[in-house]
Design a protein around this ligand. Structure first.
Ligand code: CP
Ligand code: NVA
Length: 299
């Protein structure tokens, strides 16, 4: 593995190995003496806000012996229009790896191409692979694994989280039902490219949740869509709450990548009832990303 740009481009073995490594790193945290990133500096270029991703990468890289350099795109020439391929070629001669959070997936792909450095996608409009790996680690810890489990995603059918989950279902072979309002369904062209019978879409959250072991949601308006009030209005009846979850499987878990908007995609009560899982999921960003960094350093 040279980069982590998407879940789409990972194999089942690569995903499983990363989760195994993350579990090992989590169990050994504070006691392991290996420093695979010793002497390395990793740049973190962020065009969008972040709490979890930024903190978990900064802590993780330091724990692995490396240094971080946080570069808000507003503070570097990229924000004034310097092309991504020039930024990539400059950083490629100075740092050892790059973590990028931005809008276009193509920018992450171009950065990898021009910098020749290991590049990690820390969220684009298309995918959020680091989050999915942390979520899978949480499913492994809470339910013992994903084999034979039924997953539901209730929310925007074409957000980065939904797309990454759909690729994860295909790669790992679990069933995923996506419930989204009529105007927020995954586009037919995406589903055709996905080409996976295990993923189905519907407009009724109860239908997706029926019998589900893992119920997932995310914000209705992703970063960059904040002003789209008309889109938000589409989600009436899509709030995850205890009444909506009555048909879920016994022992189900609820996941939310956070930040959460209570009273919108999830009720205060449901979030607090599942806070143990949801904040474990947030912590798992650290362990999953350390596994990614170790793997990229090994390559
Ligand atoms: N879940 C997630 O990526 O959180 P941040 O936006 O805070 O990094
Ligand atoms: N879909 C959300 C995820 C936030 C972690 C967004 O892109 O804003």
């Amino acid at each position: 593995m040279k980069h982590l740009l998407s879940i789409e481009e990972l194999s089942a073995d690569e995903i499983t190995n990363l989760i195994d490594d993350a579990m090992r790193l989590k169990a050994w945290r504070g006691r392991d003496t290996e420093r695979p990133l010793a002497g390395q500096t990793w740049a973190m270029i962020f065009t969008k806000s972040s709490t979890r991703t930024r903190v978990s990468f900064e802590v993780g890289i330091r724990e692995l012996g490396g240094f971080t350099m946080f570069l808000s795109s507003n503070d570097i020439q990229l924000g004034r229009g310097e092309p991504i391929k020039d930024t990539a070629r400059v950083l490629g001669r100075m740092v050892h790896g790059v973590i990028i959070r931005t809008f276009a997936q193509q920018d992450v792909i171009d950065f990898a191409k021009y910098s020749k450095l290991p590049v990690i996608n820390a969220l684009t409009d298309d995918e959020h692979p680091c989050q999915i790996l942390a979520d899978l680690l949480t499913v492994r810890e809470k339910l013992g694994g994903w084999e034979g489990r039924k997953f539901a995603f209730v929310g925007d059918g074409f957000s980065n989280m939904t797309r990454s989950w759909m690729w994860a279902a295909k790669r790992l072979g679990f069933q995923l039902k996506v419930a989204s309002p009529q105007n927020c369904q995954p586009p037919a062209a995406f589903l055709k490219a996905l080409d996976c019978d295990l993923v189905s879409v519907c407009e009724d959250p109860r239908e997706a949740i029926a019998g589900a072991d893992v119920i997932n949601t995310d914000v209705w308006l992703s970063m960059g869509q904040e002003g789209q009030k008309e889109k938000e209005a589409e989600f009436k009846g899509f709030e995850l709450n205890s009444s909506l979850l009555t048909g879920a499987a016994k022992g189900h878990i609820v996941l939310h990548c956070l930040p959460a908007y209570r009273g919108k995609e999830i009720s205060e009560e449901l979030l607090e009832n599942h806070a143990d899982t949801i904040f474990q999921q947030a912590e798992n960003r650290l362990h999953a990303q350390k596994a990614i960094l170790v793997e990229l350093t090994r390559a």
